[in-house]
Design a binder for this molecule. Sequence first.
Ligand code: ASP
Length: 280
Amino acid sequence: VQSLELINEVILKMVTIIMNLAPYGVFALLTKAMAELGLDLIWSLLGYVAVLIGSLAFHFFITMMIVLKLFSGLSIKTFLAKMREVQIFAFSTSSSNATIPITLRTVTKRMGVNNSVASFTVPFGATINMDGTAIMQGTATIFIANIYGIDLGVTEYLTVILMSVLASVGTAGVPGVGLIMLSMVFAQVGLPIEGIGLILGVDRILDMLRTAVNVGGDAAVTAIVAKSEEKMDVAIYNDPAAGTKDVFDGHIDEDNEREFSQVFSDGIMGSEYDDIDRRR
Ligand code: ASP
């Protein structure tokens, strides 16, 4: 056990070193690519970002909402309104997994989905259903192939679609993993792995956006399954105020608040730490 812990520590140290070096690596890769391709690269990168944001928005607001309406008949407007909190959380954490509790609460308390469905579909969806990530991986592969002047035929396009879906299934719901899994798609299509470095710089914000789409898919599918299995209380779904009352509003009761501020100010004044120091 001790040796496993040591190996774990070594690997963590290695990851930290690599993460610290990454910005310099990306800088070097971008410098090399820009020297070869000129400022056009910046425009292409902006194009990639714009296409990806457009595709993610189209997928979430059009495709997914049509699917929701078609298979469940539920109101799109209500769904979007109730999903806002989940998506803001997913956007700010870039992690489907970290968003599971919020997604679960929203679909059960605010949309009326029975827990027997939600407790299966939400964690399952957060692990394997990544629409946004698959879209990013497909778009990125085509973008990098263009940059390197590699022609993709119909077979390659089909491979990209298949591999992006598989890679997104294998992607863990934590920040940035979609980009790592992209190497699997690149390897299949024969693209140079260092191409990933080119999009690393803009991936932070795109990760936030695709995670919001990923969790949107999880909730939409949960609603569809619950509705078709008759495990949904439609009255709760249609009630705009449902499930809002037990939301923590950031207000703690007054006694607690006083106690908290006392402890907090003691902490700031350092008296607690002084005590500990003195005791030492
Ligand atoms: N951050 C994404 C998620 O948690 C995964 C990824 O695409 O990197 O859903």
